[in-house]
Design a protein around this ligand. Structure first.
Ligand code: PGA
Length: 241
């Protein structure tokens, strides 16, 4: 594990862009696993601003999507990705993949996504982490060998995500998520965390043994894992505090 502790959110984003930007510069047809949430927004801004890098041949595969929200819904992750990243890049829309939140047959949608993940091995997977240690929507207790599945969101996740909705009742209770088995299959994994709210999950990830109670700990055995933190997210680590 390469642990990088930066001073600020901006510095964390720049460190992440150092890894992703150099990958895409070297490998024009890279396959990127992307994430939503507040954490990667600074990184996405840097990707959008750098006109020297082309995404013409890049493919992307996103981690998750709310069940019941179509790609046109303003709170869907498909919408988030278009608004915050894809519209600024020369990426082809057909090369961007995300689970279909309104698929008529959810089980079939999960199987379709697994097939896609098999066909598109990711060079890199970007991740945030939930305050309860989830990655994507793999909540505590998710088996490490899970593939794409529908989850019922933990109460803490609904609460954390409610800041983006008008009312907490509007937060969908279920989501499609890439499973932990597929997340760890990416060649390189970059996990970002900023803010005090993430410090305890980060401490458990770094200092404790792998345990499904902390889904992010599935990453511990990964051979090319970057954990990039701001000072607050690193504040409970004993060796760097
Ligand atoms: P956040 O979410 O980036 O909005 O904090 C991260 C996550 O829940 O995985």
């Amino acid at each position: 594990m390469k642990l990088i502790v930066t001073e600020t959110y901006e510095a964390m984003s720049r460190a992440a862009y150092g890894v992703i930007g150099s990958l895409v510069s070297k490998k024009k047809d890279a396959v990127l696993g992307l994430a939503t949430g507040s954490t990667p927004l600074g990184l996405y801004r840097l990707m959008a601003e750098d006109r020297t890098v082309s995404y013409r041949d890049v493919k992307t595969v996103n981690l998750d999507e709310y069940a019941g929200l179509s790609a046109a819904h303003s709170q869907s992750y498909a919408y988030f990705m278009r608004e915050n990243l894809f519209r600024y890049l020369d990426i082809l829309p057909q090369n961007t993949h995300i689970p279909n939140g309104v698929a008529p047959d959810p089980a079939e949608e999960c199987a379709r996504y697994d097939g896609l993940l098999d066909r598109l091995p990711r060079d890199l997977q970007l991740l945030g982490i939930g305050s309860n240690g989830h990655i994507a929507f793999n909540e505590p207790g998710t088996p490490f060998d899970a593939r794409t599945h529908i989850v019922t969101l933990a109460e803490s996740t609904v609460r954390d995500n409610s800041r983006l909705f008008d009312r907490i009742e509007d937060v969908p209770k279920q989501a499609f998520t890439m499973g932990l088995a597929d997340i760890v299959r990416a060649k390189t994994v970059v996990l970002l965390a900023n803010g005090r709210n993430k410090a305890e999950a980060v401490r458990r990830l770094i200092e404790e043994d792998a345990d499904p109670a902390l889904p992010a700990s599935a990453l511990k055995q990964h051979e090319d894992l970057y954990v990039i933190l701001d000072r607050e997210a690193a504040s409970l680590l004993h060796e760097t505090a």
